[in-house]
Design a protein around this ligand. Sequence first.
Ligand code: GDP
Length: 295
Amino acid sequence: MFDALSDRLDSAWKKLRGQDKISQSNIQEALREVRRALLEADVNLQVVKDFITEVEAKAQGAEVISGVRPDQQFIKIVYDELLGVMGEENVPLAEATTAPTIVLMAGLQGTGKTTATAKLALHLRKINRSCMMVATDVYRPAAIDQLKTLGKQIEVPVFDMGSDANPVEIARQGVERAKAEGIDTVIIDTAGRLQIDQDMMGELARIKETVQPHEILLVVDAMTGQEAASLTRTFHEQIGITGAILTKMDGDSRGGAALSVRRISGQPIKFIGVGEKVEALQPFYPDRMASRILG
Ligand code: GDP
């Protein structure tokens, strides 16, 4: 674990000959390596700065433990801090005390929101929670068809009212239908735009107000790296998210967005998307991501 970072730190330490414990100068050298690792993993710049400041304070205050190599001790501080930011444990999807649990999916177009809606439904179906998906993206009729096709594939019903209806009304009626049919979880797919715009935010806010979801999941494309931070900030400030799904983790992304999303919103990443297939969804484990980020 952390072989790449470990090698880097090792060389950083070696440069400082004779330094066999944590000292001011080797801390600085090691921090530079961590900073580089985080930036390579696409963690947002401000998040990296804050992270480094905290690790620095902890490393300076650390007692030298005899028998423990300083680089290993330092790595432990970094690892603990990563878990501190991302959360220690996987946080499961909320479950309402009275069914149905209502999940609102939010995010920009192309991030994998519709795919994630179906992935989540399949995941729930596999653990014996009945699901319904609701198609509210009336601006792209193809999006409704896409959800219906996915629904057929995973044998999950899709509620839609075509592309002439009002998205807020579709969401409301979809939830009513789920209630009437005794469905456990209703997942509402919403319209995304290429960029954040006020119409999209206003509509999401109205859907939220109308259906009072138990979970608002922001779908974030892990490949967008730095931008994930500003996206999260805007959605969280304007809508208030309860968690996120990080998609396209099967690409070359090292997952830095996980750190940015959690740090900025204070809300957990709940799942990661690891492929185009509808089965390609996994619960998010912070420790695995910490390993991935540190190389
Ligand atoms: P939406 O516009 O946000 O609803 O995005 P879609 O669900 O239509 O997905 C956009 C594209 O990303 C599609 O080609 C999906 O197959 C692809 N996609 C979604 N999730 C993943 C993922 O986890 N990994 C990969 N490699 N591709 C994904």
